[in-house]
Design a protein around this ligand. Structure first.
Ligand SMILES: Nc1ncnc2c1ncn2[C@@H]1O[C@H](COP(=O)(O)OP(=O)(O)O)[C@@H](O)[C@H]1O
Ligand SMILES: [Mg+2]
Length: 426
């Protein structure tokens, strides 16, 4: 009889495909939970903070992450955005058998192609605003003439580098004006404007089941009072632990997709953003990521985030356990000079931490200066995140900490939590 070999399970080895606060926050939460973490730096900024968590590999030095995955015996990767699937190494990554914390193939279309999401909702009778795709200005103007109502203008194909970032139009005249200006290189997706009563819900799909995680809100308008433009990434966010789907968003907008999720062999995160109108939630977008804003809060809420990420990446059955007490999270973004207008650039500016920080602070466009000091290198500087049993406590703690960060010309919203919560409120 063979001798009994006692086998200590190896720590999960996870690699983030991303940069900045995404890699810093997820990497730290996973490392704190016992994983060994590294980052494949997919973009050319935000390289400083991922290196605080583990080894980093830049895409310049390593044109493909796949040899690194073998060499470092990586169990699963966590992509920041869906554009990994367009890289020349995407097929190799899928072939490699390494877990991917994202759906792959056909299942990605629910985020990538807005009109595909619309068609899915039609098929499963999920409310979705009236929407059209136009390939040029003439077509778009014809659609507006035939449907004289305000439309939000979006990229038909989602990618961090899309020529169009969501443009809010609240009247027909707004829409007409913006249709003169948008870049039609990839066409335009016109989606009926549904007002402001927005909320989101994030679930994990794995082993053929849907597991609710949180209901969330993102503060996407650049300025206090939800004024200004919808920024490229939110200025703040709230999450509420919600495994029982108390607001019904998963029941109404995610569960009806089950036959498609199974057919497309979907496994990974699934997030819905929705707007309530006439007493019903309407899908405005699906995402297949846990995201820069909610992701770090979700991983902190889970008891065993590394195990959950790995099991989901392998499409295994999940048994979610939450850390007692961490029911709410608040995320605040410190925005730098020029934000939200990405055309504006400033110099590298000194970043001072003026007091002891007592919640999570994740550096995004931050680098180490010559004297070991920190410098802000771009328009999204840091995300400050607090979790607490009560919403008010999470918000207060995040504000107490963001006030300790100083960069000249930077700003943050001071009213997160004062509108748009609970879900359905404006
Ligand atoms: N149809 C709509 N009606 C009203 N507001 C919308 C609509 N679509 C998008 N928005 C607003 O714009 C934000 C961004 O749109 P979204 O579809 O989520 O695209 P992305 O996140 O890719 O920019 C939403 O969170 C919401 O605040
Ligand atoms: Mg969105």
């Amino acid at each position: 009889m063979a001798a009994q070999i006692s086998k200590t399970p190896r720590r999960p080895a996870l690699m983030v495909l991303g940069v900045g606060s995404f890699a810093h926050s997820l990497g730290t939460a996973l490392a704190d939970a016992g994983a060994s973490v590294s980052t494949y730096l997919t973009r050319n900024y935000g390289h400083y903070s991922p290196a605080l968590v583990g080894q980093t590999f830049s895409h310049d030095a390593f044109p493909s992450p796949v040899p690194l995955l073998r060499k470092h015996q990586i169990d699963a990767v966590i992509p920041q955005s869906i554009d990994w699937a367009l890289q020349p190494w995407a097929a190799d990554l899928i072939q490699s058998g390494v877990g991917i914390f994202s759906p792959v193939g056909e299942a990605m279309r629910i985020e990538r192609e807005r009109d595909f999401a619309r068609a899915l909702c039609a098929q499963f009778q999920i409310p979705f605003p009236k929407s059209f795709v136009a390939s040029n200005r003439l077509e778009a103007e014809k659609i507006l003439a035939a449907n004289p109502q305000p439309f939000v203008l979006k990229n038909p194909l989602c990618s961090p580098t899309s020529p169009i970032h969501t443009v809010m139009c609240e009247t027909v005249a707004d829409t007409r004006a913006w249709l003169r200006q948008v870049n039609y290189a990839e066409g335009v997706f016109l989606q009926e404007y549904l007002g402001r009563a927005e909320a989101g819900h994030i679930a994990l799909v794995s082993g053929g089941e849907i597991h609710s995680l949180v209901t969330n809100q993102e503060y996407k308008y650049a300025f206090n009072g939800n004024l200004g433009i919808v920024a490229g990434a939110p200025l703040g966010g709230l999450v509420e632990r919600d495994e029982n789907d108390k607001y019904g968003l998963a029941r109404e907008l995610i569960h009806p997709l089950k036959p498609w999720l199974r057919a497309a062999q979907f496994s990974g995160p699934l997030q819905v953003t929705a707007i309530q109108r006439g007493g019903r939630w309407h899908v405005i977008e699906y995402n297949i990521r846990i995201g820069v804003t909610s992701g770090p809060m979700i991983l902190r809420m889970l008891k065993n985030p590394a195990g959950v990420v790995l099991a989901t990446a392998r499409n295994e059955k999940l048994k979610l356990e939450f850390n007692p007490g961490l029911n709410f999270g608040c995320s605040l973004t410190l925005a730098g000079y020029g934000y939200p207008f990405t055309q504006v650039r400033g110099p590298h500016l000194p970043l001072e931490v003026t007091g002891e920080l007592d919640c999570d602070v994740w550096w995004n466009e931050v680098a180490a200066g010559a004297e070991g000091n920190l410098v802000a290198t771009g328009q999204r500087i840091a995300d400050v995140i607090a979790l607490a049993p009560k919403l008010e406590a999470a918000i207060a703690q995040a504000y107490a900490n963001i006030r300790k960060l100083r960069v000249v010309g930077s700003y943050y919203r001071t009213d997160v939590g004062q509108s748009l919560w609970p879900p359905g409120a404006v």
